[in-house]
Write a protein that binds this ligand. Structure first.
Ligand SMILES: Nc1nc2c(ncn2[C@@H]2O[C@H](COP(=O)(O)OP(=O)(O)OP(=O)(O)O)[C@@H](O)[C@H]2O)c(=O)[nH]1
Ligand SMILES: [Zn+2]
Length: 346
């Protein structure tokens, strides 16, 4: 089962190459007849996905750069194709109105950002491929920042080999210091942003050349930020519903925009960020400050509160680690262990 630690490549069972290696019942037929090599394929970058239709950028940076709509080849129907994917595409790649190209291959991914619906869910959703920066957008207030959600982003990012960068918005509404105190001891890049003074130029420079995926709870100001970074992005900016007091779920699909020589991929605001797919042994990777200390733990240490000789507990008692950091990690780890047990019992 993929969550037991074999999470590295959960696509393996769907992978085209494994299909190809199955014994061929009609062995005398050359394989190429079944699977033409599509020598004429060009590379497309998936910028948006909408019910079986993919928007691709092709010939990026060339004079005939185009935005193409594509469907996927039948043999790819079980594979997730997501924003950020590099794909091989054939057929009509002119991008002309009414044209439809065909995706025939997904190129190897450098990273995969995943989440599951909830912690008990083994079925993970691939959010974005090939991102190297995770832009975690959090509001200093309205909605209240949730350190536990950021912990989850960090686990997902660091587990996937993606660099996390935090932007705290609405610093004009509240002082972000109490929230940031939760992450004391963690070496992480933090930007502050307010309505009057969003660090647009500096962030643009920072993210240039990268593939950045932006995540954040609905209402934190992620669309406002993306719109500022990418003039013309026209992400819908939500307004709080005066009747229910709840923010409308405004940006409902994942879309990528060119940002300098890189990309920014805006995901819909999600309230939860399930980690059902992350092996519990990898939760510590989301807490690099603690992971270093936990190296001295006894073998097989669960790092949960009951562990008498856990270095994390000891270091917190001795003041070498912030108690709050250790509590955060143990809370998340405990949640995931419990979810896993529940799954076993089902
Ligand atoms: N005071 C203040 N308000 C902000 C700031 N950034 C965004 N807002 C407001 O917060 C509200 C929500 O902003 P959005 O950009 O729609 O938030 P979002 O995170 O994209 O939300 P979804 O589209 O639901 O995912 C809007 O009314 C913005 O004008 C800020 O730095 N300060
Ligand atoms: Zn331990």
């Amino acid at each position: 089962m993929s969550w037991l630690g074999d999470y590295e490549d959960p696509y393996e069972e769907y992978d085209e190459s494994s299909v190809r290696e199955r014994p061929n019942p009609k062995a005398n037929r050359p394989r190429s007849k079944h699977r033409p090599e599509h020598d004429d394929a060009i590379t497309g970058i998936v910028t948006a996905v909408d019910r079986g239709r993919y928007t691709l950028a092709v010939r990026v940076g060339e004079p005939d750069e185009a935005v193409v709509t594509a469907a996927r080849a039948r043999e790819l129907r079980k594979q997730a194709i997501v924003a950020g994917d590099r794909v091989d595409v054939v057929g009509d790649t002119s991008g002309e109105e009414g044209s439809l190209a065909r995706i025939v291959r997904i190129q190897p991914r450098s990273t995969v950002l995943r989440r599951s619906a909830d912690d008990t869910d083994v079925v993970e959703r691939v959010i974005v491929a090939n991102a190297d920066v995770l832009l975690m957008v959090v509001a200093a207030a309205d909605p209240e920042p949730r350190p536990a959600l950021v912990d989850r982003y960090l686990v997902a990012a660091l587990d996937a080999g993606i660099t996390p960068v935090m932007v705290v918005t609405k610093t004009d509404v509240a002082d972000p210091a109490p929230f940031l105190a939760h992450f004391e001891g963690l070496d992480i890049e933090v930007w502050q942003s307010s309505l009057e003074d969003p660090p647009v130029e500096a962030l643009r420079e920072r993210l240039d050349g990268h593939t950045t995926v932006a995540v954040g709870h609905s209402g934190v100001g992620k669309s406002t930020l993306v719109n500022a970074l990418v003039p013309g992005a026209m992400r819908a900016v939500g307004h709080v519903n005066p009747v229910t007091g709840r923010g409308r779920h405004t940006s409902s699909s994942t879309v990528s925009f060119k940002l300098g020589s890189g990309w920014i991929i805006d995901t819909p605001g999600v309230r939860s960020f399930g980690l059902g797919h992350v092996a519990t042994a990898n939760v510590l990777s989301g807490f690099p400050d603690l992971a270093a200390v936990a190296e001295d733990c006894p073998r097989g240490c669960s790092h949960l509160p009951g562990e008498e000789y856990c270095e994390l507990t000891i270091a917190a008692l001795e003041g070498r680690l912030g108690q709050r950091r250790v509590d955060s990690m143990q809370r998340l780890l405990g949640t995931l262990v419990a979810a896993r047990q529940q799954r076993h019992e089902e």
